[in-house]
Write a new protein. Structure first.
Length: 530
């Protein structure tokens, strides 16, 4: 079981009546024609995570400030306009937790009503269902068979132990310690050994008694909420709700039969009353998982060329990226400053390929009158700096991405979150070689800092470079011992064709084809020229 997985599906949202379950990768590309629904998936992710992280109870918001870029605003704009169904539903998985949210509302509502919210824990067999429409909250507990987990443990650990043994044999065959092949095998050996240690730690922690038995308990939502309304509606809604559920159940267990609060069977009431540790653990882990998630959205917004970058210009993403970087107090020589210089570099390798995005070799930011920033770019051998605003639009786009990521690296040192960055058309204004360089950029950031990316793109060059990485590293599919960090989903303009995964082979080629209008265009034009 992949406990780092994230999946998403939804019904009746925007252009999709039924959006299939898609698993997100570490670097996920969404490609397809304009108006094919790529941004719909991004908006769904933003909305779901806003609801989960703010724990908004029975309210699903479209007008929160963090969602301005999603540009949905009302329930009427969110609901599929061709569907007769009055509900919109979302399903989302983070690690072992599966969330379901069903909402309804009026055309012009900026906040929808949550009809149903449920959380299922695939490890401990617990499911929480809050049915606001029918005024009940249900907790269902099933026993997770230890034998089933033990079998999974045995299979995973045996596979990893076998892989470590094979890599050691291959490593011992190579006599040249510093050769590229030796270094590559050493890296693979270290990585696989770490996976083996993590698997042993994880399964040893999870194979334990999961509770005294199975039960299903149900109480009125209104009754639970009324017990301690101010506390429940506070920050930790899920945890506080479960605490009150346990308290109400304890009261139920002490009541005489004729004074019962519900129709729950006595053995189920007692099952929870005697042992509620697993339920407290359930709520704590949910809160921990949600608190660990952090999402940042960078929309496609052509950067303006201006001599100064005004900090109050909230519509200029580059101005805001410069402002954030400067406000963090990052100084020359620090890791994030070096990161910026590396990726803006105009130096070339032995094949003449730029090592960075060919902007310059160093930079300086000056504040002017407390209102705007002057961004100067320096190049080796040139005494006079050049204003960033005098660079081409592609340089401005690349600089915005570099500065934004550098700031997130600094911020995440303090917060240590599982960071996911959603970027719309990162290749904007970049020529083909630098579009390919974007994949190097995202790949290295994921590898070094653990950031994940969801990229809405029209660039075949970014996809091609991911194929090169797949070939060089012989990445397998997501369930393999050497999983591919890249995933590609194709969105068709045909409303009858659902988004589907383009699957990598270990040699970097794809097992299936893109729909017309992407890779095939280059080939068709070449034939026409011939």
């Amino acid at each position: 079981m992949n406990h780092r997985a994230k999946t998403i599906s939804f019904k009746n949202f925007r252009r999709f009546k039924d959006f299939p379950k898609l698993e997100l990768g570490n670097i996920t590309y969404m490609v397809g024609r304009n108006n094919s629904g790529k941004s719909t998936m991004v908006k769904a992710i933003l909305l779901i995570n806003d609801y989960l992280q703010n724990q908004l109870s029975d309210t699903f918001a479209f007008d929160n400030k963090v969602l301005e870029d999603a540009n949905i605003v009302t329930f009427g704009r969110a609901k599929n306009n061709k569907s007769e169904e009055p509900l919109v539903s979302f399903e989302y998985q983070i690690n072992e937790f599966h969330f379901e949210i069903v909402i309804s509302g009026n055309e012009n509502d900026t906040k929808a009503k949550v009809n149903l919210f449920s959380i299922k824990d695939s490890i401990n067999g617990i499911r929480l269902i809050i049915d606001y429409l029918n005024d009940n909250i249900t907790i269902n507990k099933k026993v997770v068979e230890e034998g089933e987990l033990d079998s999974k443990r045995s299979n995973v650990i045996q596979e990893l132990e076998k892989a470590v043994a094979e890599l050691r044999i291959e490593r011992e065959k190579i006599k040249e310690e510093g050769s590229p092949e030796a270094l590559k095998l050493q890296h693979a050996l270290v990585t696989t050994s770490e996976k083996l240690k993590a698997a042993k730690r994880f399964f040893n922690k999870d194979i334990k008694k999961k509770g005294d038995g199975e039960y299903t308990l149900q109480y009125p939502v209104s009754f639970i909420l009324e017990q301690n309304k101010d506390k429940i509606q506070s920050e930790n809604f899920i945890k506080n709700l479960i605490d009150e559920f346990i308290w109400v159940n304890d009261i139920e267990s002490k009541n005489k039969p004729k004074e019962k609060l519900s129709k729950n069977e006595q053995q189920n009431v007692l099952a929870l009353s005697r042992n509620n540790k697993h339920l407290n653990d359930f709520s704590s882990r949910i809160i921990n998982v949600l608190n660990q998630q952090d999402f940042h959205y960078i929309p496609a917004n052509p950067t303006k060329q201006s001599a100064l970058f005004y900090l109050r210009d909230t519509n200029n993403i580059l101005s805001q990226a410069i402002h954030q970087f400067h406000q963090l107090g990052i100084e020359e020589g620090e890791e994030e400053w070096i990161f910026v210089e590396k990726w803006m570099s105009s130096e070339s390798d032995k094949n003449g390929q730029a090592l960075g995005f060919d902007i310059g070799d160093s930079f300086k930011i000056n504040m002017r009158a407390g209102e705007a920033y002057e961004f100067s770019v320096f190049e080796k051998g040139v005494t006079k700096p050049e204003s960033l605003s005098d660079k081409g639009m592609g340089s401005l786009q690349a600089m915005m991405l570099i500065l934004k990521i550098a700031s997130l690296i600094r911020l995440n040192k303090k917060h240590n979150k599982q960071l996911t960055i959603l970027i719309e058309e990162p290749e904007l204004n970049l020529h083909p070689a630098l579009q390919s360089k974007l994949t190097d950029f995202f790949y290295e950031i994921h590898d070094k800092y653990g950031f994940n990316f969801i990229l809405e793109t029209h660039s075949e060059y970014m996809i091609r470079k991911s194929q090169v990485y797949t070939n060089e590293n012989k990445y397998g599919e997501s369930k393999s011992l050497n999983p591919n960090p890249f995933k590609v989903y194709y969105f068709s303009k045909d409303s009858n064709t659902q988004p589907y995964e383009i699957i990598y082979r270990e040699d970097g080629k794809f097992k299936n084809d893109f729909d017309s209008g992407f890779f095939d265009v280059n080939t068709e034009l070449a034939f026409k020229i011939l």
